[in-house]
Design a protein around this ligand. Structure first.
Ligand code: IUR
Length: 468
């Protein structure tokens, strides 16, 4: 066994731009998990990594060490090849997971989706699902397996035992200005995905004014790192680079996004949302070998969204995760107003008029998300409650002509929308004197794995839940 290297030595090494050995990275992660590292030391190491970067090999070693520090989920061998998931780096109005998980289940996949809560201006899938009375995001690994057996998909929160090092590192990154680091993001995302023991993973790496990655180049760099490390961990991985300047779909806010997801599961929904869901799902079906190519995968996704089978998986998932069957049934089969009533309506519903005449050039996601966040749709600190009823519906499409006074946004809130908020919201609507040029495509690029054999899927050294 290698001699234990002191943390200050490791920090100094990284600070001075040297490469860390795999054992040194393991030693650092162990000290984080076991609680022997001081917060100051962890913060210093995070900053050294943020400033000096990591080689591809170091990033892989960090991801492996973080994944191996916790428990892994274990699945019946018969599911091998069909275990799939998707991860998004976060967007405004991003309700893709709510549609994709049941649609993939309807195509024969097993989807053990471990999702997060919203923090900052972007929403979280768990918060959207918790807008439904009775929905339980907390499920034990055994419960997850039962739900996957019966339904094919579940959407749950991260348990304490899965990738525990990430929990510590992520919280400290948030307060040490070290979030925006490709190796740290890669290891954080993939250590959790590796613990899911997936066959295939698709990543939606967003870029633009309301995204984690400001530019397409920075998104590409992150996507390549994620795909390459994912592959080396034995998970067939691909990434889509998608623009995040405008909200995805027409609705932002937890309950409203859920309603829009239900609309899509019923075969409707705005084209941007539909395109993204179908592209990500098509890629996953191809990566997992359940479709001969992406086009076939996309066609299968479209079919299960059109024939109601994705919607009935969603209903089954809700019931399996604690929603009383009559509620789940009414939510999935009711009219949009009936559904809205079930989720609860906000006290006020205000329509904002266009302040002048013009052609809609764009609706900016960031100011919209920030105002809704202030109104209670998001949280300032982990653990704060959110108000699921707060949200907004965009009533116009890019390229549309608006007369002064015509409504363009419907805001749902329980009070507190003052003149400052109204001004900020009005700033999100960009009008011009002529129709805008054709917008660039939402899906800018796909990053595929390099051809070649995949390493055997990894199982962490520690025992999996099945061995207990
Ligand atoms: N989501 C994660 O799981 N990890 C990260 O580092 C970021 C988003 I940024």
């Amino acid at each position: 066994m290698a001699a234990q290297v002191s943390l200050p030595t490791l920090i100094r090494k990284k600070r001075d731009g040297e490469r860390l050995e795999d054992e040194e990275i393991q030693s650092f992660v162990r000290s984080v998990t076991e609680g022997t590292a001081q917060e100051g030391q962890i913060g210093a190491m995070l900053m050294a990594i943020r400033l000096q970067g990591m080689t591809a090999g170091e990033t892989l070693a960090l991801t492996r060490a973080m994944a191996g520090a916790g428990r892994a989920l274990a699945w019946p061998p018969a599911w091998q090849g069909r275990l799939v998931d998707k991860h998004s780096t976060g967007g405004v109005g991003d309700k893709v997971s709510l549609v994709l998980a049941p649609a993939l289940a309807a195509c024969g996949c097993k989807v053990p989706m471990i999702s997060g809560r919203g923090l900052g201006h972007t929403g979280g899938t768990l918060d959207k699902l918790e807008a439904i009375p009775g929905f339980r995001v907390s499920q034990s690994p055994e419960e997850m397996r039962i739900i996957l057996e019966r339904v094919g998909c579940c959407i749950v929160g991260q348990s304490e035992e899965l990738a525990p090092a990430d929990r510590v590192l992520y919280a400290l990154r948030d307060v040490t200005a070290t979030v925006d680091s490709v190796p740290l993001i890669t290891a954080s995302i993939l250590s959790k995905k590796a613990a899911e023991q997936l066959s295939a993973l698709v990543l939606d790496v967003k870029f633009g004014g309301a995204a984690l990655c400001p530019t397409q180049d920075s998104a590409r760099e992150l996507a390549h790192s994620l795909v390459s490390v994912g592959q080396q961990l034995g998970v067939r991985s691909a990434a889509v680079l998608s623009r995040m300047e405008q909200p995805l779909g027409r609705s932002v806010g937890n309950a409203l996004e859920l309603l829009e997801a239900l609309e899509m599961l019923g075969g409707g929904a705005p084209p941007d949302l539909r395109d993204l869901v179908i592209a990500l799902g098509g890629l996953l079906l191809w990566l997992s070998g359940l479709a001969g190519g992406e086009a076939e995968g996309r066609a299968r996704l479209g079919a299960v969204l059109g024939d109601g089978s994705a919607l009935s998986r969603f209903q089954a998932m809700l019931e399996a995760q604690g929603v009383p069957p009559p509620t789940a049934h009414r939510l999935c089969t009711g009219t949009p107003p009936q559904r809205h009533l079930l989720l609860g309506r906000a006290r006020s519903c205000e329509e904002l008029p266009a302040l002048r005449e013009g052609w809609v050039q764009r609706v900016e996601a960031l100011p919209l998300a920030r105002v809704l966040h202030e109104l209670g749709a998001g949280r300032a600190r982990a653990g704060d409650p959110v108000n699921p009823r707060v949200g907004a519906e965009v009533l116009v499409a890019v390229g549309q002509h608006l007369r002064a006074g015509e409504p363009w946004l419907r805001v749902h809130h329980d009070g507190g929308l003052g003149p400052g908020g109204l001004r900020a919201l009005q700033g999100a609507l960009v009008l011009g004197p002529a129709p805008p040029p054709a917008p660039p495509p939402l899906l800018a690029e796909t990053v595929l794995p390099l051809p070649g054999p995949l390493p055997r899927p990894e199982t962490p050294d520690n025992r999996s839940i099945d061995d207990q």
